[in-house]
Design a protein around this ligand. Structure first.
Ligand code: GLN
Length: 510
């Protein structure tokens, strides 16, 4: 796009890279963009995407970014507004994790992801200079697939406000899809970046476990939790991931690797590529278990059409198998609750969180505080978790699940002998109606089938818009890469988005 065309575009239609260029050329200031987007957030409050905003704080950050630019600093993200999933702790803002338990909580420090994207850390290392517009709605402690488990009410899908935006990063996805902001942070434990991206027609990437620091990310299941960006293109995701990622000594599971330039990796041409066939030589594996007979026809149709486009771009499709795909559901729903039950023990009314107003003795205080503070899904997971970890059941459930987790990870390595990336649907259907799963939590658990395997293996996964299905709702394509091979995922996704425009479609009225 030419500079003039970019300037004529509405500010809220601009993606991260475009906004960065407009800020860099001086066509707009961060204060102008921030003011515009805060007004949009306020005008679309009924989406329930944000749990809080703070205009004075956001505008102060915008002025600081403008001052950094005026002093000669460059930087693709400097002054670009976004918002954080309310599972990242943020100094000066409330952090609730979507739970009544933390309704009044304010953190004294920033999560590493927040400080790296923002003003930098307390030690003086500069951050990318993005502006925080607010905190984004999410399922309570990131447990859910529809954002319906938020203690503050469900966020809505801008493509059809009677439907869920996906979860648990539902507020992030709704806000980006509705053009309230160009990008948002999210976290993915079993699919919570990829699935809401898919349900709202945007692009999201969950990097390899260990790429983004978990310091200051309220823990759900520590061996699975990963942060990542949700945005409207692979390019924007690459820019954000570059700023969010990197070794952090405060997270013992942070990967010790040199800083990565994901944007450069995204652009790097393949050895045997041509202009017409930028993906020549790329082998895309299609696990037969990702295309079961029961897969909804609309999802199957959109995913298959996207795969044909990848073929036109030079990629070859190969059949592979992930034989334990179905087992990912019981394995995940043992391991994740086990870790959650341990992580959530800190919310006891003393160290953190809500404390009951009246109680008898200490035990009673714990009981009442936790009973009042946690919602039903969180309680269910704590009960499952303590059960599978208890004496007599540990071997039968938890240990067995850990063994299967290893086998699931090994199955991927067998596939990667024959392919460079794996592709399939993100979810078995398009976004469901709010309340559509009724009181049946298992209906939601089953819908996680295609995102859980990569989570259990710790592999990077991405969702990109691939078309529309039932009810004119977006359908996402999932790409899964090998460890630390985010560059290949972003490169393939970018090539697809250069050739197609599913990612530019936006919901009517936004
Ligand atoms: N839907 C899954 C769950 O409920 C995954 C959530 C997530 O990735 N945070 O646990």
């Amino acid at each position: 796009m030419t500079d003039a065309a970019e300037q004529a575009k509405q500010l809220h239609d601009m993606g991260v890279a475009e906004l960065g260029r407009a800020l860099g050329s001086g066509a707009v200031s961060s204060v102008e963009v921030t003011t515009h987007l805060l007004a949009r957030v306020a005008a679309h409050e009924q989406l329930g995407a944000l749990l809080c905003t703070d205009a004075p704080v956001a505008l102060a950050q915008a002025r600081a970014a403008d001052a950094r630019r005026a002093a000669g600093e460059r930087g693709a993200l400097l002054g670009v507004p976004l918002a954080h999933k309310d599972i990242f702790v943020t100094r000066g803002w409330p952090t609730t994790a979507g739970s009544k338990m933390l309704a009044d909580y304010r953190s004294p420090f920033d999560a590493t992801v927040v400080s790296r994207l923002g003003a930098g850390d307390a030690g003086g290392a500069p951050g990318a200079g993005t502006v925080t517009l607010g905190k984004l709605n999410c399922d309570e402690f990131a447990m859910g697939s529809g954002n319906e488990n938020s203690a503050f009410g469900a966020a809505r899908n801008p493509w059809d406000t009677a439907r869920v935006p996906g979860g648990s990063s539902g507020g992030s996805a709704a806000a980006v899809a509705a053009r309230l902001m160009p990008a948002a942070t999210g976290t993915d434990t079993g699919g919570s970046i990829r699935q809401p991206a898919s349900f709202t027609g945007i692009t999201g990437i969950k990097p390899t476990y260990g790429v983004c620091s978990r310091f200051g990310m309220i823990a759900f299941a520590s061996s699975l939790d990963q942060a990542g960006p949700l945005a409207r293109s692979a390019e924007d995701c690459a820019l954000l991931l570059g700023a969010m990622s990197g070794f952090d000594e405060r997270d013992s599971t942070s990967a010790q690797r040199p800083p990565q330039n994901y944007h450069a990796a995204m652009l790097t041409a393949r050895a045997d590529a041509s202009v017409a066939q930028p993906l020549r030589g790329l082998r895309i594996g299609l696990p037969k278990e990702f295309f079961p007979a029961a897969l909804a026809a609309d999802v199957n149709g959109a995913v298959r059409a996207a795969l044909r486009e990848f073929e036109r771009l030079g990629a070859t499709l190969v059949d592979v198998s992930l034989p334990r795909t179905e087992l990912s559901i019981p394995v995940y729903y043992i391991i994740a609750p086990a870790e959650a039950s341990s992580n959530l023990s800190r919310f006891d009314g003393v160290r953190y969180g809500h404390r009951a107003a009246a109680f008898g003795n200490l035990d009673d205080m714990y009981k009442k505080s936790r009973s009042e503070g946690f919602g039903p899904e969180v309680k269910r997971r704590i009960m499952i978790g303590t059960y599978v970890l208890s004496h007599g059941y540990y071997d039968a459930y938890y240990l067995q699940a850990q063994k299967l987790r290893r086998m699931i990870a090994d199955d991927f390595q067998t596939c990667f002998r024959e392919c460079d990336v794996i592709a399939g649907p993100v979810a078995p259907t398009v976004a469901w109606k709010i309340g559509g799963h009724g009181d049946d939590p298992v209906a939601s658990y089953l819908a996680d089938i295609f995102t859980l395997p990569a989570s259990l293996a710790g592999l990077p996964g991405m969702s990109l818009p691939a078309g529309f299905g039932e009810g004119a709702m977006p359908v996402g394509l999932q790409l899964i890469g090998n460890y630390f091979d985010e560059g290949t995922l972003l490169h393939a996704a970018h090539a697809f988005q250069q050739a197609t425009d599913w990612h530019s479609a936006k919901p009517a009225g936004y």
